[in-house]
Design a protein around this ligand. Structure first.
Ligand code: SF4
Ligand code: SF4
Length: 435
């Protein structure tokens, strides 16, 4: 038997194990808070689908303990497979009676694994790491990449590459969500704006119309909007792939891009908001809110909204439920709008499968979870699906290709912009801003 399998099996049989101190004991000591009660198991999408202990939160924590105690090494294939298989949904964390900080432990474990990447990962990191780091910072580079992706779509390159290759899957999966990037609006020079938008790094690829809709919506509500030019990626991608130093560097750049003033920072994506709320410094964090959280504090009833009936299925992503915990607020906001009937839906297995890069790296699990999520969202035949997360939206749009006649999938910004009646009343209300 493979020695690595033996040690992992021994760890699962005897979770308490022989306590010892390994090199990573301090980093992973919180894994010892797990009391192995198993309450997290039914909440875990990878365990529910695979029924393998190593693919459960408890099993992953046991492997982390093995790493902490020196029983497993970072290059253990078993350890790597089960740790990399986690979708990072954190549904385990919210039900855990022992308050195990699973998300933070997973980030630390991945950082340890990233210090010693395997053969192909090392080559990939060497080749593409510097380009990725630049792209997360430079909008011009992302626009070039997005242009290349749209040209590849127009030329049908995705049909030339096998689905089984990472690039083939990426081109096929993202093609339906690719959009042209709009021009960046100019700010209101010299004036302190009412609100500053954090648009994330996907605007050149997928979310340009969402940012444009958010600006249009806020301006029609009578607010001055700024889109700080120096903003970069929120750092979530680096954080969850085991590159905390790079994530911190991005947060520091963002702190410089958003001048320290008492102006709310509205993050358009729940994944970015979650990263900023957990990892930015206290001053920045206190100013961050979601678009719907920001709007919920305005007197929306004083504005003219379209009134024809519409049924929306509101998708509640993992970051919204398990990190920012804004599910009630977003649902209440949509219910305040005239004519809007809201059906809020949690993915049946707690995650739609998009999970950062998992929609590309774990296609079978991602597509199974995504189809279950779409079925749940469409069960009451809504007119529109609204999702506040770009990754989930890209993944679900890709799967919607198999369902002709599926409802449109919109961001909150685009849906709300469409529902605001074209003409704002002459006698507008006083503007009441949060905080
Ligand atoms: S719910 Fe918490 S304590 Fe119980 S097995 Fe899961 S992680 Fe461990
Ligand atoms: S974060 Fe999600 S996928 Fe990972 S162990 Fe927890 S419940 Fe399972």
């Amino acid at each position: 038997m493979h020695p690595d399998t033996t040690s992992a099996a021994a760890i699962f049989r005897n979770p308490a194990g022989t306590k010892g101190k390994g090199r990573y004991a301090a980093d992973l000591e919180d894994a010892d808070r797990c009391v192995h009660c198993g309450m997290c198991l039914p909440q875990c999408p990878t365990y529910v689908l695979q029924r393998v202990e190593g693919d459960s939160p408890r099993g992953r924590l046991t492997l982390m303990q093995g790493l902490a105690q020196g029983q497993l090494q970072p290059d253990s294939p078993t350890l790597r497979r089960h740790i990399q298989g986690c979708l990072g949904c954190r549904s385990c964390e919210v039900v855990c009676p022992a308050r195990v900080p699973f998300g933070a432990l997973m980030d630390r474990t991945r950082a340890i694994l990233a210090e010693r990447p395997g053969g192909s990962s090392r080559v990939r990191e060497h080749l593409f790491g510097p380009i990725r780091n630049l792209a997360l910072r430079r909008r011009s580079l992302r626009r070039t990449g997005a242009l290349a992706a749209r040209m590849a779509r127009a030329l049908g390159l995705r049909h030339l590459l096998p689905r089984s290759t990472r690039l083939g899957r990426m081109l096929r999966h993202t093609a339906p969500a690719l959009v042209a990037a709009p021009e960046r609006p100019t700010g209101n020079a010299g004036r302190t704006p009412d609100v500053r938008l954090f648009t994330g790094c996907m605007d050149a690829f997928f979310t340009g119309p969402d940012a444009a809709a958010a600006i249009d919506l806020l301006q029609r509500l009578g607010l001055d909007v700024d889109l700080p030019a120096g903003q970069v990626c929120c750092g979530a991608l680096d954080q969850h792939l085991g590159r905390p130093a790079e994530a911190t560097a991005l947060l520091q750049e963002n702190a410089r891009a958003f001048p320290a003033a008492d102006t709310p920072i509205v993050a358009l994506d729940s994944g970015c908001e979650a990263q900023l709320c957990e990892h930015a410094d206290a001053d920045f964090r206190a100013r961050v809110t979601s678009l719907t959280g920001f709007l919920s504090q305005l007197p929306l009833e004083d504005f003219a909204w379209r009134e024809e009936p519409i049924r929306i299925a509101l998708h509640l992503p993992c970051t919204l439920r398990n990190v920012t915990r804004e599910t009630d607020a977003i649902t209440r906001l949509f219910r305040r709008l005239p004519g809007v009937e809201v059906m809020a839906a949690v993915p049946p297995n707690n995650c739609c499968g998009a999970a950062g890069t998992a929609m590309l790296t774990q296609p079978e699990i991602a597509d199974t979870l995504g189809r279950e999520t779409l079925d749940a969202l469409q069960v009451h035949r809504p007119d529109v699906i609204v999702s506040p997360n770009v990754g989930c939206s890209v993944h679900l749009r890709a799967l919607q290709q198999d369902s002709p006649g599926a409802p449109r999938l919109l961001s909150p910004a685009r849906f709300l912009c469409e529902r605001l009646a074209p003409a704002v009343p002459q006698q507008g209300p006083d503007r009441r801003l949060p905080g």
